[in-house]
Design a protein around this ligand. Structure first.
Ligand code: UD1
Ligand code: MG
Length: 457
């Protein structure tokens, strides 16, 4: 499509009441990102490719999400919900700028791909004025039906307005539409609302184009790609499709997924080469896993970078801001947050590391806790290279353990430890020889006396 400019308009003024949620429909997540951001990611970008989003009144949250995903997005407000053509005309100012191609997508169809939107622009370049995205619906109920004649699209009939014969048609309107930017406004301004719903239907652009002797055509795709989300069940179905795509893409890239159907990925998960992911792993937004790393079962990671050949889990919880260096090891029941754990360092068991930096090759014993919070503020813990923290130590931040230092097991460390020193905090230990044996004998005697008494009663 070289050389052709485009305007993509995303219609996101829908209320989504069937989601039964206080969150606007288009902000619900699929694979860790909002429905809207998936749609925006598919829209053409780069020189000459503009973007507009139509939101409902008082939907600053939707506008902000659109701008966060695409800072170049122009936001328009549809004040009354009078139909898809009416929504599109809310962006009249952008349409009037005269782009070659106008692409209209719905904010609640997150599975639409960039490739399909490009494919829809081809007929425009070859003389079509309107291009609809069609699909064969397993159950066409509720969809607009595509009325075709050879390779020409004659009309789109909304379900509510269709005759019994038209309702038998299974080729349906996926909702995405591409229009020749030179004629789009003229077509849209002719759309009326004399139909079953009393709405201004965007698909009526097809009938109007035909009446003017302009060509309308259809590009076909799969039902999956145009799934619209109106309910939580449909949200879950879209999630399943998206997860399958992400897992396939990861495996295609060389990631080993032992049980792909149990691994949850995010749209932005990044993998290096020879990464291995065991069953039942959840990778939330912002996770990057470098070459050769292994993520063991039941690990949950968000906004985390896992370095080359690092090993994580089983049962690890990596919270935002975790950065693991090359060959670092995070073992079972370890939680990390805002923690940089350098190359070769090991945190193998039952530990919390938060707001901390652990130097290369340090070893953190089982049950170590960085006490980072005093009820008001978070404080930093610094652990030097090669340090050794004994099991069950509490490191009360802010505190620094010097490089190569040792902390004895069970210590509560409240002051900095110099490099190569030993810090140990332990109560004096006493031994009472034979005490346990005497104790047992006393208890056994008492038990026998009690039994004898109750028998004598
Ligand atoms: C629409 C199509 C139908 C197609 C189906 C595919 C029309 C009239 N019908 O029907 O042919 O088969 O999608 O899923 O276009 N919106 C607004 N403002 C409005 C109305 C809608 O922003 O005033 C937005 C909605 O938020 C939604 C999209 O437009 O994202 C589609 O609206 P919806 O009411 O879901 O249309 P359908 O009845 O599903
Ligand atoms: Mg719909």
């Amino acid at each position: 499509m070289s050389g052709r400019s485009s305007l993509t308009v995303v219609l996101a003024a829908g209320e989504g009441t069937r989601m039964r949620s206080s969150l606007p429909k288009v902000l619900h997540p699929v694979a860790g990102q909002s429905l809207l951001s998936h749609v925006l990611a598919a829209a053409p970008r780069g020189a000459g490719q503009a973007l507009a989003v139509v939101v409902g009144p008082d939907r600053d949250d939707v506008a902000a999400a659109a701008r966060a995903a695409r800072p170049d997005a122009a936001i328009f407000i549809q004040r009354e919900r009078l139909g898809t053509a009416h929504a599109l005309l809310a962006a009249r100012e952008a349409l009037a700028k005269g782009y070659d191609d106008l692409i209209v997508v719905f904010g609640d169809t997150p599975l639409i791909s960039a490739a399909t939107l490009q494919r829809m622009r081809e007929p425009l370049a070859n003389g079509s004025a309107v291009v609809a995205l069609g699909f064969q619906a397993a159950d066409p109920t509720g969809y607009g039906r595509l009325l075709t004649d050879g390779d020409r699209l004659k009309a789109i009939r909304e379900h509510a307005d269709a005759s019994a014969a038209e309702r038998a048609i299974t080729l349906c309107n996926g909702g995405v539409m591409a229009l020749d930017g030179k004629v789009a406004l003229a077509l849209l301004d002719k759309i009326g609302n004399a139909n079953a719903k009393g709405e201004y239907y965007l698909p009526d652009a097809v009938t109007i184009a035909n009446a003017q002797g302009l060509k309308a055509s259809v590009i076909e795709t799969t039902e999956d790609e145009v799934r619209g989300i109106n309910t939580k069940t449909q949200l879950a179905e879209a999630e399943a499709v998206m997860q399958r795509r992400l897992r396939d893409a990861a495996m295609e890239q060389g990631v080993t997924l032992i049980a792909p159907e149990t691994v949850y990925l995010s749209a932005d998960t990044k993998f290096g080469k020879d990464v291995m992911i065991e069953p039942f792993v959840v990778l939330g937004a912002g996770v990057e896993i470098e070459d050769g790393a292994v993520v063991h079962s039941f690990t949950h990671a968000v906004q985390t970078k896992i370095g080359r050949n690092a090993s994580v889990g089983p049962y690890a919880r990596l919270r935002p801001g975790t950065v693991l260096g090359e060959g670092a090891k995070i073992g079972n029941f370890v939680e990390t947050k805002a923690a940089a754990i350098d190359a070769g360092a090991k945190v193998s068991h039952l530990t919390y590391i938060g707001d901390a930096h652990i130097g290369a090759n340090a070893n953190i014993g089982a049950g170590t806790i960085t006490c980072n919070y005093d009820g008001f503020d978070k404080h930093h813990t610094e652990i030097g290279e090669g340090a050794f923290v004994g099991s069950n130590s509490a490191l009360v931040a802010p505190v620094t353990i010097g490089a190569g230092a040792y902390v004895g097991s069970g210590s509560v460390v409240t002051q900095d430890v110099p490099a190569d020193a030993l810090r140990v905090e332990r109560a004096e230990q006493t031994t009472k020889d034979g005490w346990a044996k005497r104790f047992r004998e006393m208890k056994l005697r008492a038990k026998a006396d009690k039994a004898a008494k109750s028998k004598g009663k």
